[in-house]
Write a new protein. Structure first.
Length: 131
């Protein structure tokens, strides 16, 4: 280890030329890693400019297996939809327990919400299985 980073020189002592298998374990977050071979190199990631701060990509902030409705709040109205229904869990998904008053015209049924830890979020990806 020197001022340039971790250096490892590898010599193939076998009788057949082969490509190396390189495994890297990092102790601190990094935005890139370089592997050099003479004048050639392979880079994974990108170095940051001096005025940039690193951001952890695809950080999971919420995971809900829908095994319980605890933590979820029923919603009475959202945009042009009327709530009033109620969800229940069958252990791995939410299903309607009650769809609300059948006399309501237009869309009505179950609407629920859950607060996102560390929210509100900006520039995020959401994945959900609906079916």
């Amino acid at each position: 280890l020197d001022g340039r980073g971790l250096i490892a020189n590898v010599t193939n002592k076998g009788t057949v030329e082969s490509h190396p298998i390189i495994e890297v374990e990092v102790e601190k977050p990094s935005t890139f890693v370089d592997v050099w071979n003479g004048e050639d190199y392979f880079r994974i990631g990108y170095p940051l400019k001096a005025n940039q701060a690193p951001v952890e990509r695809n950080q999971r902030v919420m995971w809900d297996e829908m095994s319980t409705t605890v933590g979820w709040t029923n919603v009475a109205k959202s945009e042009d939809m009327v709530g009033g229904g109620k969800f229940k869990s069958d252990g791995y998904r939410f299903i309607p327990e009650y769809l609300g008053e059948p006399s309501i015209k237009g869309w009505h049924g179950c609407i629920a919400k859950k607060n996102i830890p560390q929210g509100p979020l900006q520039d995020f990806i959401m994945q959900a299985y609906v079916g």
